[in-house]
Design a protein around this ligand. Sequence first.
Ligand SMILES: *[C@@H]1O[C@H](CO)[C@@H](O)[C@H](O)[C@H]1NC(C)=O
Ligand SMILES: *[C@@H]1O[C@H](CO)[C@@H](O)[C@H](O)[C@H]1NC(C)=O
Length: 582
Amino acid sequence: MVSLSFLRLTALVFACTGIVSPTLAYILQVHEARERIPAGFSLHGAASPDTVLDLRIALVQSDFAGLEERLYDVSTPSSTNYGKHLSKAEVEQYVAPKPESVTAVNAWLANNGLRATPISPAGDWIAVQVPVNKANELLGAHFSVFNDEKTGHQVIRTLSYSIPAELKGHLDLVHPTTTFADIQPLVPVISPRHKSRTQADSNFAADTVPASCDEEATPACLQALYGIPSTPATQSSNVLAVSGFIDQFANQVDLQTFLKRFRPDMPPSTTFTLQTVDSGQNDQDPSEAGVEANLDTSYTVGLATGVPTRFISVGDNTQDGIFGFLDIIHFLSGETTPPHVLTTSYGANEDEISVNLVQNLCKTYAQLGARGTSILFSSGDGGVSGSQASGCSTFVPTFPSGCPFLTSVGATQLIAASGLVTETAASFSSGGFSNYFPTPAYQQTAVDTYIVKTLEGGTVNKGMFNASGRGFPDVSALGVNFVIDVGGDTGTVDGTSASSPLGEAAVIALLNDRLVAEGKPPLGFLNPLLYSEPGASALNDVTTGTNPGCSSAGFPAAQGWDPVTGLGTPNFSKLLAAALAV
Ligand SMILES: *[C@@H]1O[C@H](CO)[C@@H](O)[C@H](O)[C@H]1NC(C)=O
Ligand SMILES: *[C@@H]1O[C@H](CO)[C@@H](O)[C@H](O)[C@H]1NC(C)=O
């Protein structure tokens, strides 16, 4: 892992003479660097000098602090401006770079014979095409070819790059450079349908939750567990968006089969609409149906009854080096009315992505939150070892869950206790503390209480995590044994937090439907409400289980917030009462 102190080192590197005219010599300073090639990647060799790189440059936003203040002002229940979300133009005023930043960066590029085009609605991101040899000169970099051992793909990256000293404060980052990310759908495999229940399981049934929910979670299980209503939503403006990446396609026929079986009360033609970004597709051949995409669409359409649901398929034509994570947010920020909920079941490890890029992406979630969008991400599948289980010597926080401006969702599973169904933490539920973001004010008390009481003042797991980081997840939901149809076959999806944002997203979307019907604004950025007293007491506190990893027991769940299940799982009617009372 690259430590922040290393990145803040600013070694002086001089630009090669001959690449810039002597009158305009730029003194380069290291801007971002990694100490070593990240695990999972290996050096293949030098990049061909003529290979053209699509570089993206982020300019420093003119007033992010101002936007952050407005975000909290419209999202904190006690504020008189609660719910007064910002317009596209209002957000862009904060996000747009200062004119002097645009001038400085464009002059530097022009001086090197380059011209950039804006690629974000506010103009804070621009793109240039540069051959490798030119990029190496421009940025004092060593772009090389690296093998991504997990996917077998090759990427061109550099372990460090520099920018002219006079651009500090104007240029935020250049990308893709030091980011070596592996974004994963957080659902590994589909397993064959479980064997039928044994006699011993039969005392498992609670009064309301169907007896079979421990082995086969269906929409009915989630409806019963969280009190999610099955009555159709009424508000057509209340859109729930589901993102899809890396050629995960959502199959309409599978969805129909799923709804016929599990939601016979819904019209069988109920489906999602498709939106595409970066030449995204949605191939309907059964062999192309994606486990993650089908899971995500089945459990949003199948639970958020009647809520207009959009599947946003992000294509391969991203060039953003992070699988379109940036592009989808720029796309949605460009809409006059972005969706009220965006749920994403993909993630990576925080340390795979450059600090500047993680922070920049996090700001994009703040932009959408200020517009009134609730952003949900799954927390990861590897317990304290990250987005997927892996070897590690210190706990691995996940991306983007460490960002304070989104709602991170962990996973639970069901257990029988005295003949009643109760929820316990799913052992794979990622949670912990970011190394890139400090604890935000809204969760400070909750995090402090956990560290003092449950971690015995930080002596438990000492040295394995950053106690002053943003704690995640914020909430949780059932994430085990979800029944899905993929390419005509049925199976259950095991051991993943992928399913957890779905129950949560459906709950939030249905809450928004009620709010909008009453002429109220949608919930938007959720966390200040969730961590408030009325918010937290509307959740079922999950107090048992742990999330082991890195050869440790991980963190224990506990009363109140914990870095395994967050504040707990939803209770629809209590959340509705809390939301209506604001
Ligand atoms: C939600 O909370 C209410 C009020 O405490 C309770 O009566 C109800 O059973 C809860 N619903 C579920 C599904 O747990
Ligand atoms: C721990 O988190 C804080 C707050 O984000 C940060 O300033 C500090 O650099 C982090 N320490 C390490 C070792 O990552």
